[in-house]
Ligand binder design. Sequence first.
Ligand SMILES: Cc1cc2nc3c(=O)[nH]c(=O)nc-3n(C[C@H](O)[C@H](O)[C@H](O)COP(=O)(O)O)c2cc1C
Length: 305
Amino acid sequence: GVDAVYAPFASNVGTGKINPSKLADIIPQNNKYNQCIPQILSNNADEILAYSNAISQFGHKELNWNLGCPFTRIAHKKKGAGMLLYPDDLFSILDKVLPKIPVSLSIKTRLGMNRPDELQAMMERLNTYPISKLILHPRIGILKYEGFADIEAFSNIASISTLPMVYNGDITDLKSFHRFQSQLPGISEWMPGRGALINPFLPGAMLNGSYPPVTARNQILKNFQHDLLEGCYQTKGNKRSVLGSMKAIWGYMSGMFENQDDLILRMKRTPDLDEFIKLADEILQTPTNMDIESWFRNMGRHISY
Ligand SMILES: Cc1cc2nc3c(=O)[nH]c(=O)nc-3n(C[C@H](O)[C@H](O)[C@H](O)COP(=O)(O)O)c2cc1C
C-alpha cells in the first residue's frame, strides 16, 4: 500500500567502514515488499558520502538527509532541524557532497528550528542545487508536534521552490488527505507519518481512494499483527524486547479502536507477551474506525517521537 518508505535515520555512522548495524534497516533482504529509502542524520559531508557509498553498494538510488528532527539533544548538536540555524554550514555540506555523491540526495525538513521563515530564507540558494526532493513538514522544530501543520507556510515555500516538493504533516485519514489535496493542488507526493502508524490501511487508501471493505479489515489486521510479531522476533530475539516493540506499535494502532479503553490499558500494563497477544487478538475482533482526525487532535497528537 505504499510507493516507498523512508528508513529511520542512521546517525553516528562515521567516515570509515560502515558498521552493518547502521545498514540493517535498508539491506534488501529486510525490505522484500517496499522500496526503502535510507536516511542519515549528520552534519558532516564525509560521513554523508561514506554512508551514501555504502548504501549504493546495496542498490539504493537515493539518500535522504534529515534536516527535520526537532529534538533538543539532536538540534543542539547542529543536526536535524538544528542545522537550519546554520545555513552557511548547510550549504558548505551540499557543496562538498553533491559533486561526489553516487546516489540522488533528497532532504526532509521543517519550516525552521526557531522561526517559520528559516527555510524560506534559504530557498533561493537551495533551488540552485540538484536536490531530488524536498519533503517538508510545515511546523517549526521548537513546537515539536504542537499545534497544526501550517498549510499556508507549506504553500508559500512550494510557490518559490523549483525542487520537487513532498507534503508531510497531520495526514490522519482520507478526509484530511483530501482536504490537504484541495488546499495544495500542485502537490503530487504525500508522506503520512503517525496517521500510517495508527491506521496501516491509510497509505493504501491514499493510493487507491478507499479502505478495504469493513468485512475484510479485521482479518487483514490479524495477518499484519502476525507479520509484525514475526518481524519483531527476527530482529529482537527475546520476548521482553518483542513486547516492548509491540507495545510501541500498539501505542499508535490502538487509535483505530473506539471504546476499547479497558483492553488498551490492559495491553499497556501487561508484563507478559502471551497475555499481550491474547488481548491484541481480542481487540482485533472489534470494529475499526478509520476517521480518526478528531481523536488524533485530542489524543493522538500526544503520541510523538
Ligand atoms: C515514531 C516516529 C518516528 C519517527 N522517525 C523519524 C525518522 O527517523 N526520520 C524522520 O525524518 N522523521 C521521523 N519521524 C517524523 C515523521 O516522519 C513525520 O515528519 C512527522 O511525524 C510529521 O508527520 P505526521 O504528522 O504525518 O506524523 C518520526 C515520527 C514518529 C512518530
